[in-house]
Write a protein that binds this ligand. Structure first.
Ligand SMILES: *Cc1c(COP(=O)(O)O)cnc(C)c1O
Length: 355
């Protein structure tokens, strides 16, 4: 007897999210998960853990509200941005009936979260220049009442692209009274474009995903946020676990969101943007590169003549990048996270040595 007989059918063939960590590799230079190359330092203040934590730690709510220019009642603190994605699907999608819509190539967790909950996927590929195909999205909405949630990633992972502002506004109109729109702003701090928090005012169906994993350099903390109107936040509070934010997580998140922590984050972002310019400038000199895509994030998508060869060769040298070759539309593409100046120099050197 195998317990597989007992398993939910939709999970039998589910491929789990291929996180950068799970892919392994004997790395010395990790540039495959869009993490910050350097860690900020904190000291734990809490010393006793016998009590349950606050379900939504008040100070973290207040500090993140100040930082993101909303009110505490507009915020849900989650276990990473990924939990926010999952909660929205669980709250709004009826299993075996409803669907989510997203626009590949984009972040893999929208599909994984929907599939684990038995929710259908409707995909509308991006246009050739990585923008929203609004006509086809409109058509899909007209023809399927099952679509409850649309995921938009801005800047988009893995392309780095910023979506046209007017397209997002059009999408919000198209979906009004019709579906929830999630704008995933995991990389917003690296971008010169504004957050969509201002749009919360007029859009009860908008939710914004944020995280401390990227610009704040705290991927190991597992702390993210959903920003939305109080009605939507109250709904998500119904489905979240009772004590999702451990005391040490709240403790460190609080310190990271003090004015001094935010200043430090902004300095790190400036450093990364400088290093990104250097990296792109050097990549431009390499002849086996076909295209370097514009990026508004801490990574750059690069199309090589032979992406597999470059990826494998660097992998063998302990430089771990993110292969995008199997992603539809991204043949021969590799996503490179911007590392420290030294790490970037080693990447360039290793690619040059293949030529
Ligand atoms: C990294 C990332 C997230 C969230 O990551 P967490 O570590 O769970 O906060 C969400 N969306 C995108 C596009 C990401 O790249």
């Amino acid at each position: 007897m195998t317990i597989l007989k007992l398993l939910r059918k939709n999970l039998l063939n589910l491929v789990p999210y291929q996180s950068a960590r799970k892919l392994g590799g004997q790395g010395t230079i990790w540039l495959n998960a869009n993490e910050n190359p350097l860690s900020p330092h904190f000291h734990l203040k809490s010393e006793s853990f016998n009590r349950y934590p606050e379900p939504q730690p008040q100070k973290v709510l207040e500090y993140y509200a100040d930082y993101s220019e909303v009110k505490p009642e507009n915020i849900l603190i989650t276990r990473g941005g990924d939990e926010g994605i999952e909660l929205i699907i669980r709250a709004f999608c009826e299993p075996n009936q409803d669907a989510v819509l997203f626009c590949p190539p984009t972040y893999g967790m929208y599909a994984v979260s929907a599939e684990t909950h038995g929710v259908k996927l409707i995909t509308i590929n991006q246009t050739a220049n990585f923008q929203l195909d609004l006509k086809r999205i409109h058509y899909a909405l007209e023809n399927s009442s099952a679509i409850k949630v649309l995921f938009i990633c801005n800047p988009n992972n893995p392309t780095g692209t910023l979506l046209n502002h007017s397209d997002i506004l059009t999408l919000l109109e198209m979906t009004r009274h019709r579906a929830i729109v999630v704008i995933d702003e995991a990389y917003i701090e690296f971008s010169s474009s504004k957050s969509y928090v201002l749009e919360l005012q007029n859009n009860p169906h908008l939710a914004i995903i944020r995280t401390l994993s990227k610009a704040f350099g705290l991927a190991g903390l597992r702390c993210g946020f959903v920003l939305a109107n109080p009605e939507l936040i109250r709904i998500l509070n119904k489905v979240i676990a009772p004590y999702p934010i451990p005391i040490p997580v709240a403790d460190i998140a609080e310190q990271a969101l003090l004015p001094q922590g935010i200043d430090k984050m902004r300095e790190r972002v400036e450093d990364i943007l400088e290093n990104r310019s250097w990296l792109i400038c050097e990549l431009k000199k390499i002849s086996m590169i076909i295209e370097i895509f514009d990026t508004a994030a801490n990574y750059v998508l690069v199309k090589f003549k032979d992406g597999q060869k470059v990826f494998n060769s660097l992998w063998e040298q302990g430089i771990i990048l993110r292969d995008q070759n199997k992603v539809s539309g991204l043949a021969n593409c590799i996503r490179i996270t911007v590392g420290t100046a030294e790490e970037n120099r080693r990447v360039i050197e290793a690619i040059r040595n293949i030529e």
